[in-house]
Design a protein around this ligand. Structure first.
Ligand code: MG
Length: 161
């Protein structure tokens, strides 16, 4: 019997700069630019983290891992997701599925999607087929189209049995 069902969404935006690694979904992707941020700027893991917090109405990632705290300088965002997943378990919920979309003009991320799913599945102890990672360009429109940054969006469903 299902006792409770929660849905959550998360959005994150990071800017492209030279001289940084591009890390999305916990996977390093070879590119001319990387994402700027206090942590490793993994927009996809940040969006998933925020979606989980949103489902639980527990605030946002900035509340738990402030970007002015030196403790989190260049932090591995996998750590953030792990800790937030503990909150999900503490509240008695289980993730049913995660659906995400990355908006970026370049680079093509399809060759890395399977690896990203594997990383996220391992982190969250979830079957890979419960994780969806989609990507789209914006047809060269706006700041995404000008290759100035990345948007990541995530939706999660949590169930308490
Ligand atoms: Mg972020």
């Amino acid at each position: 019997m299902i006792k409770d069902i929660r849905i959550g969404n998360g959005i994150d935006v990071h800017r492209f700069v030279e001289g940084r690694k591009l890390i999305l979904g916990g996977v390093e992707i070879p590119h001319t630019h990387g994402l700027l941020g206090h942590s490793d700027a993994d927009a996809l893991l940040h969006a998933i983290s925020d979606a989980l917090l949103g489902a639980l109405a527990l605030g946002d990632i900035g509340k738990y891992f402030p970007d002015d705290d030196m403790k989190f300088k260049d932090a591995d965002s996998k750590q953030f997701l792990l800790e937030i997943n503990k909150l999900v378990a503490d509240k008695g919920f289980k993730i049913q599925n995660i659906d995400t979309t990355l908006l970026l003009q370049k680079p093509k991320i399809s060759p890395y999607v399977d690896k990203m799913k594997e990383v996220i599945a391992n982190l969250l102890q979830l079957e890979k087929d419960r994780i969806s990672i989609k990507a789209t360009t914006t047809e060269k429109l706006g700041y995404i189209g000008r290759e100035e940054g990345v948007i990541a969006e995530a939706t999660v469903l949590l169930v308490k049995f």
